[in-house]
Design a protein around this ligand. Structure first.
Ligand code: SAH
Ligand code: SF4
Length: 311
């Protein structure tokens, strides 16, 4: 509205148009280098994002849905069910909010820029395919249409919706794909990741391999280590059998226990043995750091989503 004085316009916009995201709570950890924000959307739905600053990069962990309908029993988000999908704007705005805070020097370590984005907050990104696909374009397309992030620095984490993995491969966006496996055998995975009854382990891995062939980038296998549930040495061997010869990298995640659950993280010795068996077969493996351990309370997974897999 150029007929109004320029200095009056912002106030008018604020009064007439609701913000996409209203911050309702902020928690800091790691001497201010991890910042978790809970946001209220226009209709009252709540989501979270986390900014994690490392010496060489800044990762934004974003939500793609309010809640999640996938029902994984170890996940805090899964317990509440799905509220709704986020729009493309609501997804991108989480990244922009982090970018603004960095630019203004509001994050410990001085002014900076967002370099990495991981879809490891609330929700199953491939269950909100169109909004996520459009958000990915906004993140990686060159300015002025997009933010110009490197596609390899953007990671989409999925429980394994096979048709959507193949759609994403056809999209030709070489973002990094992470599949949340958590078990090498269908019997256990059916209980940890219920959608496995629809797309079993081998179909998920074959789709991820196709994605890797198409994008030229190795995929990540996310594996939350749960004491006495999926951390046995024989399961490490079975996982290695599945992954040898694939363009894949294993990210082991110590379980971040959710309130009221009997499950807990693996013993140190079991974790070490799990790593040793995978590495011994030549499968690249890392144990994810758990940024913001002390602020994981509300979500149970955002803090554990931590570090993006390294390119
Ligand atoms: N829905 C997608 C992305 C969001 S979850 C997915 O499941 O992949 C991001 C990652 O956090 C997934 O690998 C998920 O398994 C993991 N996660 C969920 N709950 C967790 C918990 N309590 N402790 C550690 N990791 C958890
Ligand atoms: Fe949803 Fe991922 Fe949580 Fe499973 S682990 S309930 S897919 S957010």
């Amino acid at each position: 509205m150029t007929d109004l004085p320029a200095d009056r316009r912002p106030a008018l916009v604020d009064a007439l148009l609701p913000g996409l995201l209203e911050p309702v709570a902020t928690q800091r950890a790691d001497a201010g280098r991890t910042v978790k924000t809970a946001w209220r959307l226009v209709d009252g739905a709540l989501v979270e994002s986390v900014l994690m600053r490392y010496p060489d990069r800044v990762t934004m962990c974003v939500s793609s849905q309010a809640g999640c309908g996938m029902g994984c029993p170890f996940c805090a988000t899964g317990h509440g069910g799905l509220t709704r999908n986020l729009s493309t704007a609501e997804i991108v705005e989480q990244v922009l909010a982090g970018a603004r805070a960095l630019r203004r020097g509001q994050v410990a370590g001085g002014p900076g820029r967002v370099s990495n984005v991981v879809f490891m907050g609330m929700g199953e990104p491939l269950a909100n395919y169109r909004a996520v696909r459009d958000a990915l374009h906004r993140l990686v397309d060159d300015p002025p249409h997009g933010l110009g992030l490197s596609a390899r620095a953007v990671t989409v984490s999925t429980v394994g919706l096979v048709p959507r993995i193949l759609d994403l491969a056809a999209e030709g966006l070489p973002v990094t794909l992470a599949v949340s496996l958590h078990a090498p055998d269908d019997e256990l995975r059916n209980t940890l990741v219920p959608i496995n009854t629809r797309w079993p382990v081998i179909e998920v891995l074959d789709a991820a391999s196709q994605y890797a062939d198409r994008s030229g980038r190795r995929f990540s296998v996310e594996y939350v280590l749960i004491r006495g549930v999926n951390d046995q040495a024989w399961r490490a061997d079975a996982l290695a059998d599945l992954l040898v010869g694939r363009l894949a990298h294993v990210n082991l995640i110590p379980l971040n226990p959710t309130p009221g659950s009997a499950w807990t993280a693996s013993r140190r010795a079991d974790q070490v043995e799990f790593v040793r068996r995978l590495a011994g077969r030549g499968v690249p493996v890392t144990v994810r750091d758990t940024r913001g351990r002390e602020i994981d309370g509300a979500c149970g997974q955002l803090a554990a989503a931590g570090r993006a897999p390294q390119a």
